[in-house]
Design a protein around this ligand. Structure first.
Ligand code: PLP
Length: 433
């Protein structure tokens, strides 16, 4: 039984007085689904507990990091141990070296890496580096791909921006707009056309190798490799934004799963084990342009701080040592996707399920969802009702149609069945409306 969220409602009433929209990141608000966001007081394993003591199966996992479930003991212990030695020194530590070595080991395309504090910082820095390295100004990004809130990326940005209906934020200068070229995802001709009409001007092409930020959208067969070939031919740096997919779709991320070698990679989320961390890395020749070994300036007071490094290291070491986690996540992901497809068919609803590994989305549209345009055919009002039906049944989904859901290793067969049952009952009740 889920109780009325009285304490969350009270907290939200206070929150909106002092915090814009009552939240510190727009995706947390329930703006696109209606209602009051739940205020969470703790989480353990597969479950979140809110301020009214309601317990939910968590399918957000802090938007990705909690791949092993909440308060995972090795991560918790590593953090406990680290805080005894103070929280930050502003001087190098051996943990940073260990982290860098581990990342380069897990992701062979990353020969050198710089730690930062968020995915946004990672992508902003990677773009600056690409511009510095190539001496060119323009970048190509894809409609519906989100790369953090850096100015250059807030153009057709997906997820939060998509849900709120402000794909182009005010405050972005015309010159920034001019330097960001956009193409539809999974469309090769559009990229070729952009490259041909801007010969020698494009520094980088940045992509989510599997998109999470317009809902889960997979790259078409051969698409990522075709982009690799264009970039190589044209001297464009190929940047994989693996903030979401890194260490999630395989120990070596989407690039391992699809067998692609990007020039630069951006990381975040899982790499911090729940602490605020990001990283960018790639070919040595390019990374050596970063200060102080080169002229491209990028810095950070708390970058590589020992608490975040300890959490991330414990997480990555566990994942490296237990590759069977990925098999389990794959199995659970497929099981849920198949269950949803069966349920949807049984109820005579033509909805679409996209899934890869532990990422999936149920789109409220009969269209095959392959890009931003097809994602937007989804019935968001219906999704809002589905979201609340699921919440009422104790399953916490991302409060937007345009987000991927994330499974953790703590979702076993029993919980997967619970999720499927809740979904089937919710869809059935919506069909009666
Ligand atoms: C979450 C995300 C980011 C931004 O990371 P923050 O830590 O929120 O700044 C960038 N790129 C992708 C693909 C993401 O999913």
């Amino acid at each position: 039984m889920i109780r009325k969220p009285k304490n969350s409602e009270k907290a939200f009433e206070e929150a909106v007085k002092y915090i814009p929209g009552g939240v510190n990141s727009p995706v947390r608000a329930f703006k696109s689904v209606g209602g009051t966001p739940r205020f969470i007081k703790r989480a353990k394993g597969a479950y979140l507990t809110d301020e009214d003591n309601n317990r939910y199966i968590d399918l957000i996992g802090s938007w990705g990091p909690m791949i092993l479930g909440h308060a995972f003991a090795p991560v918790e212990n590593a953090v406990r141990k680290a805080i005894r030695s103070s929280f930050s020194f502003g001087a190098p530590t051996v943990k940073e070296v260990e982290m860098a070595r581990l990342i380069t080991d897990l992701m062979p395309s990353v020969e050198m890496v710089r730690m930062v504090n968020s995915g946004t910082e990672a992508t902003m820095s990677a773009i600056r580096l690409a511009r510095a390295y190539t001496g060119r100004n323009k970048i190509i990004k894809f409609e519906g791909c989100y790369h953090g809130h850096g100015d250059a990326f807030l153009i057709s940005a997906g997820s939060g921006a998509l849900s709120l209906g402000v794909p182009d934020s005010p405050g972005i200068t015309p010159s920034t707009l001019q330097d960001t070229l956009t193409a539809p995802y999974n469309n090769l001709e559009a990229v070729k056309a952009l490259v041909n009409s801007h010969k020698g001007q494009i520094a980088a092409l940045i992509i989510e190798p599997v998109v999470g930020n317009m809902g889960c959208v997979l790259p078409a067969d051969g698409y990522l490799q075709a982009l690799r070939d264009i970039c190589t031919q044209e001297g464009i740096l190929y940047i994989f934004d693996e903030v979401m997919t890194g260490f999630r779709l395989a120990p070596g991320g989407a690039q391992e799963r699809f067998g692609i070698q990007p020039d630069l990679t951006t990381l975040g989320k899982i790499i911090g084990g729940g602490m605020p961390v990001g990283a960018y890395g790639g070919k040595k020749e390019i990374m050596q342009m970063v200060a102080p070994s080169g002229p491209m300036y990028q810095a950070g007071t708390l970058s590589g701080n020992p608490i975040a490094m300890s959490a991330g290291l414990a997480m990555l070491k566990h994942l490296k040592k237990h590759p069977e986690v990925y098999e389990q996540l794959e199995e659970t992901g497929q099981y849920i996707a198949e269950g949803l497809r069966k349920s949807v068919a049984e109820l005579g609803l033509g909805y679409t399920v996209n899934q890869v590994g532990s990422m999936y989305s149920l789109f409220f549209t009969p269209e095959k969802v392959i890009d931003y345009t097809t994602a937007k055919t989804a019935d968001t009002a219906k999704f809002g009702k589905y979201f609340h039906g699921m919440l009422q049944r104790g399953v916490y989904l991302a409060p937007s149609q345009f987000e991927s859901l994330f499974l953790s290793a703590k979702i076993d067969r029993k919980l997967a069945n619970k999720i499927l049952r809740a979904s089937h009952d919710t869809l059935a009740s919506l069909a009666e409306d």
